[in-house]
Design a protein around this ligand. Structure first.
Ligand code: ADP
Length: 490
């Protein structure tokens, strides 16, 4: 995979319109909105602001492609072939896409190159291999009948994604949908539309027929809600806040849409005294600060066993002080800006709340620099279970350390949240590790590691962290309907 370590030139902005039915078009209203570079607070460019009329055109194009176009009659293996081709084109453009992601989102270029893009490519290849492997069953029934099942695409998939991993979230949603033979109307996040638009062009270059993939940039309550309410959309996959999911669920009730949700978390990361403390400290740091803390699975409740608390905290503080904040296009930078002013303000309010509620700020706690939405890596100690910083999702570079005494107490405390996305445990005692893995209510449990993602490993939430799973074989079910066919043999 080609990567460079040279200073990064600002990437070219090639697409600012809606991508509908294989064409680049302005929004019907002619309106545009600004996408902003979070490192400088300057506008990068204007992007078409889609709304209900644009979504309607996109749904028509998607339905037409689903029912009439070459996609409808394409051999499944050829469908997979297009996905492999798209993955190849992304790989050829890895550096440029990574730079575009960094420009629009603020994530360090080294992360975009080493994590986001390789995971995107892997995800598309993983699902490409599934395209020709949807097997129905023959079923023995009473009487002289032949019964079999077919697995058919669910139809037009409406996909609404957030801004924290713009390309990766697109890949997680396109992968299973395309493999299953669905067509897509995607609404990228308003903060970060640029890479998704570029991806749409690469899909066209790869040979996807017109209308299979449509991208309508715009805002949530307008373009997003239009996707959810449209009767021509068969299924909605959403990643974002649980409060938005509640609105989507209400909006989807009218048309009884199939829904899958990947939402937030307040994930417990549990460090026992018998753990490899160097590895645990590095893992706890990474598990919280990766992507500026803007991860739904961030280990944002760090439970540390009492007996090692002081020395462990010293290690964490040292790691945070060492972190290089700055221009995300600089390959040395480890932490970039938060994605926008709204997130920046929200995080600063939580820091203030942490201080006021009696947590002890050991390092950070301030804005970094004067331009851009940068926040110092912040570590709070003496956090208690009831504080706002321990119960609410902060989505920023704010680590919260809580003490615990023993294994009996920790499971209940870890589960004392309406979230259930992820959890981690650090210990050399395999029995303890499996005990936590079994009893913690979370869709993913990492043992002696954090944030290990793989296209083949399902990801999603218990409780209010989501409905359904993304990635892995299971995610394909979200995009398929089972049809039972019974034939009289008399
Ligand atoms: P965040 O607060 O992190 O931006 P959101 O849940 O608000 O998280 O946003 C995630 C995605 O959901 C974005 O693409 C956003 O535009 C979209 N969205 C927000 N509100 C709605 C809504 N009412 N209906 C559909 N999509 C929405």
């Amino acid at each position: 995979m080609a990567t460079t370590t040279l200073p990064i030139a600002p990437p070219q902005i090639r697409h600012q319109q809606c991508f509908i039915g294989g064409q680049w078009v302005d929004s019907v209203s002619g309106k545009t909105f600004a996408t902003v570079n979070p490192a400088t607070e300057e506008e990068i460019c204007q992007v078409a602001e889609g709304d209900a009329e644009d979504v309607d055109l996109a749904v028509q194009a998607a339905r037409n492609a689903l029912e009439n176009g070459p996609w409808a009659g394409m051999d499944a293996r050829d469908r997979g072939g297009l996905m492999y081709k798209l993955a190849d084109l992304i790989e050829q453009e890895l550096d440029e896409l990574a730079a575009l992601e960094t420009l629009d989102n603020g994530k360090p270029i080294r992360d975009a190159r080493a994590a986001d893009l390789p995971l995107v490519i892997d995800c598309l290849r993983y699902y490409a291999g599934y395209a020709d492997k949807f097997h129905g069953k023959t079923i023995p029934v009473r009487g002289n009948f032949f019964t079999y099942t077919r697995r058919e695409p669910i139809g037009v998939a409406g996909q609404i994604i957030p801004w924290n991993f713009p390309l990766l979230m697109a890949a997680w949603k396109w992968g299973p949908a395309l493999a299953a033979g669905c067509t897509i109307v995607m609404k990228p996040a308003e903060q970060t539309p640029l890479t998704c638009l570029r991806l749409a062009q690469l899909a066209q270059d790869a040979g996807f027929p017109d209308g299979v993939i449509n991208v309508v940039p715009g805002f949530g309550p307008t373009a997003g809600a239009a996707v959810v309410k449209h009767p021509g959309v068969d299924k909605v996959a959403f990643t974002g806040e649980y409060k938005t999911a509640q609105i989507i669920m209400r909006d989807a009730a009218e048309t009884l849409k199939r829904l899958t949700f990947e939402l937030g978390g307040k994930s417990p990361n549990i460090v026992f005294a018998d753990a490899d403390l160097e590895a645990a400290a590095a893992g706890a740091h990474f598990g919280l600060f990766f992507n500026q803390g803007q991860c739904c699975c961030a280990g944002s409740r760090l439970f540390v066993e009492e007996s090692i608390h002081d020395k462990f905290v010293d290690k964490l503080v040292a790691l945070s002080k060492d972190c290089k904040i700055g221009d995300p296009l600089d390959p040395e930078t480890q932490q970039g800006p938060q994605v926008d002013k709204a997130q920046f303000d929200k995080i600063m309010e939580y820091i203030d709340l942490g201080n006021r509620q009696g947590a002890q700020c050991l390092t950070g706690g301030q804005r970094a620099g004067e331009r851009g939405y940068f926040i110092e890596p912040t570590v709070f100690d003496a956090v208690t279970d009831d504080m706002a910083i321990a119960t609410e999702e902060i989505f920023g570079p704010v680590m919260n350390i809580l003490k615990f005494k023993d294994v009996d107490e920790i499971v209940d405390r870890a589960n004392n949240t309406f979230y259930g996305l992820a959890a981690a445990v650090w210990t050399r005692d395999i029995g303890k590790a499996h005990h936590i893995a079994r009893h913690v209510k979370a869709g993913t449990v990492w043992v002696n590691c954090y944030d290990v993602f793989d296209a083949a490993a399902p990801f999603g939430g218990f409780k209010m962290s989501g409905i359904g799973r993304e990635l892995g074989e299971k995610a394909l079910d979200n995009y398929l309907e089972d049809k039972t066919v019974t034939v009289a043999l008399d």
